[in-house]
Design a protein. Structure first.
Length: 202
């Protein structure tokens, strides 16, 4: 896992501050139940010609308390996948971006090419600890897909008030693909590649 830490030190600056910004089962709870909260959902769809992944998310919010459940498939097996809420509050955000976002014409929509559509990180779906943009690519704390590329994530934690009040302006994005099939993220491009995303809706 040391390799992931090296990538994280560089990537957090790009993802969080660039403004460009069981199968693996992860489950945790911080604070009180949000069973009385507002309910949301998101369908997570592939991004342009990037390696396709799919998923769904269910969200419940009570005050600032978020309970999130994500199921995803088609991910790179046995590797962690950074997952976030993205978006600029009060601005137009769009996800998934189409192939027109591939401005360097390499056939893939990279982190920097996708971010103008879906915005910077607002919340990080880590398995433990901090969930702020500062943990945007601390891969040791993101859920790991199982041997079949499936991932299930469940966690409850506090989110910023502005995010809690405006979830329907925002999107969920899943990142990461082992493009060269060497069993690891060999570079920043692989670790941060967006592979699925979708709008949060009531």
């Amino acid at each position: 896992m040391r390799k992931f830490s090296v990538l994280a030190a560089t990537a957090v600056a790009v993802v969080a501050f660039g403004g460009v910004a069981a199968g693996g089962v992860a489950s945790a709870s911080d604070g009180r139940s949000s069973s009385d909260g507002r309910s949301y959902e998101a369908d997570l769809n592939p991004i342009a010609n990037n390696p396709p992944a799919h998923g769904s998310a269910e969200l419940s919010v009570a005050g600032r308390k978020l309970t999130i459940r994500i199921h995803a498939s088609g991910l790179t097996p046995n590797l962690p996948h950074a997952m976030h809420i993205h978006g600029v509050l009060g601005d137009k955000n769009s996800c998934p971006p189409g192939i027109s976002a591939d401005t360097n014409h390499d056939g893939l929509v990279s982190l920097s090419e996708g971010a103008p559509f879906y915005g910077p990180i607002d919340v990080s779906f880590t398995t433990t600890g901090d969930t702020s943009p500062a943990s945007g690519l601390v891969l040791e704390r993101f859920p790991i897909a199982d041997a079949h590329g499936n991932l299930n994530y469940n966690r409850s934690f506090m989110i910023p008030k502005k995010v809690a009040n405006d979830l329907t302006q925002l999107h969920i994005v899943i990142h990461g693909n082992d493009l060269n099939h060497d069993g690891a993220y060999s570079n920043l491009m692989e670790a941060t590649l967006p592979v699925a995303c979708g709008a949060i809706e009531r």
